[in-house]
Design a protein around this ligand. Structure first.
Ligand SMILES: NC(=O)C1=CN([C@@H]2O[C@H](COP(=O)(O)OP(=O)(O)OC[C@H]3O[C@@H](n4cnc5c(N)ncnc54)[C@H](OP(=O)(O)O)[C@@H]3O)[C@@H](O)[C@H]2O)C=CC1
Ligand SMILES: CC(C)(CO)C(=O)C(=O)O
Length: 297
């Protein structure tokens, strides 16, 4: 099904990776941006490519589209309301590609079909229109008609799409990849190499042990084995030169996504009367950070 018109809201790491994928699958991409740029360049371990996209800075510039992909940070969704309103014709599917577990709630005003999506990739926007992708990307979506259509849309894109019966578990499992690395890199101002320090690894294991109990109370089918696998396998597979989306925001002096990752966990823990002192401490420290531009690690 090449030749579809795809609007990508947000032009950071994930917007760039998905524009690259949509172009590779033969689609026409319009980037709906807050900060305009001349051209989109995506740098990967295989080389650097300029991706032909149309850049729109105002919703009135959008024509008809077949799909919309939302790739802002969760806290930036209210700011993207104009794009969402313009694209919400009750028919065009909106794919919400974000971390966390609030994919549907954050776009509850949208009347058309919504597909929540989890993306596994290491991507950094180093300047407007320039994205570095340091690992292959894969996406997980709920199994169903819309999930199957999205899988078909990105066929041939180089991005593997996995459909799951149990999206709640998948979303909490993705949370495990963020709950330790994102706060720890943002607070230490170090990239993922920080996780190899033995004391930091022990702290990460403790953070995820707390998270498993909360995730289970929230209905996710996860065990301590999942926490160990995430720490030992997934994080190890990411290049140590990769950072996290939260670290990139901290050094750019931008708001961080902690309320939608660690904050969600801590609030769920309170509801279930589970004590999560390590996650509470990380949340307190993240809330205490002052916005300031810092040298990139
Ligand atoms: N980066 C990664 O490796 C991964 C990120 N994720 C998740 O994916 C989501 C996106 O993260 P990521 O791409 O890294 O974030 P970025 O900060 O790199 O990109 C977000 C983009 O959204 C744009 N944006 C914000 N508000 C608006 C608006 N009102 N209108 C248009 N564009 C807007 C920003 O604009 P501007 O250019 O002006 O800043 C920016 O280009 C997050 O939930 C993150 O946690 C998941 C897996 C991996
Ligand atoms: C898993 C990880 C850390 C990969 O970059 C991520 O999801 C993020 O940066 O938010």
């Amino acid at each position: 099904m090449a030749g579809q018109r795809i609007a990508v809201i947000g032009s950071g790491g994930i917007g760039g990776v998905l524009a690259e994928a949509a172009h590779a699958a033969g689609h026409q991409v319009t980037m709906c941006v807050r900060t305009p740029f001349e051209k989109l360049t995506v740098q990967t371990p295989d080389g650097t490519e300029d991706i032909p996209v149309t850049v729109a800075t105002d919703p009135s510039e959008l024509g008809e589209v077949d799909w919309a992909l939302l790739t802002t940070k969760v806290h930036d969704v209210p700011g993207a309301a104009g794009w969402l309103r313009e694209l919400d014709d009750g028919r065009t599917p909106l794919v919400v590609v974000q971390n966390g577990v609030e994919h549907r709630e954050s776009v509850s005003q949208v009347s058309g079909p919504v597909l929540p999506a989890l993306i596994y990739v290491g991507a950094e926007r180093v300047e407007p229109g320039h994205v570095v992708r340091r690992s292959p990307a894969s996406v997980q979506v709920p199994r169903g008609d819309l999930g199957a259509r999205f899988t078909a849309l990105l066929e041939g894109s180089g991005v593997r799409i996995r459909e799951t019966e149990d999206f709640r578990t998948a979303a909490w499992r993705k949370m495990l990849t963020n709950l330790a690395p994102n706060p720890i890199t943002a607070l230490t101002l170090r990239r993922l190499d920080v996780l190899a320090d033995p004391d930091v690894r022990e702290l990460s294991a403790g953070v995820l042990t707390e998270a498993i109990e909360v995730a289970r109370a929230e209905g996710a089918d996860l065990t301590q084995d999942d926490a160990e696998q995430v720490l030992g396998d997934y994080v190890r597979k990411m290049p140590p030169t990769n950072g996290t989306s939260m670290l990139y925001d901290r050094v750019a002096g931008l708001p961080m996504e902690h309320e939608h990752i660690t904050g969600v966990l801590v609030r769920a823990a309170e509801r279930h009367h589970i004590d999560v002192p390590l996650n509470r401490t990380l949340l307190t420290l993240l809330r205490a950070c002052r916005p300031a531009r810092l040298p990139a690690p």
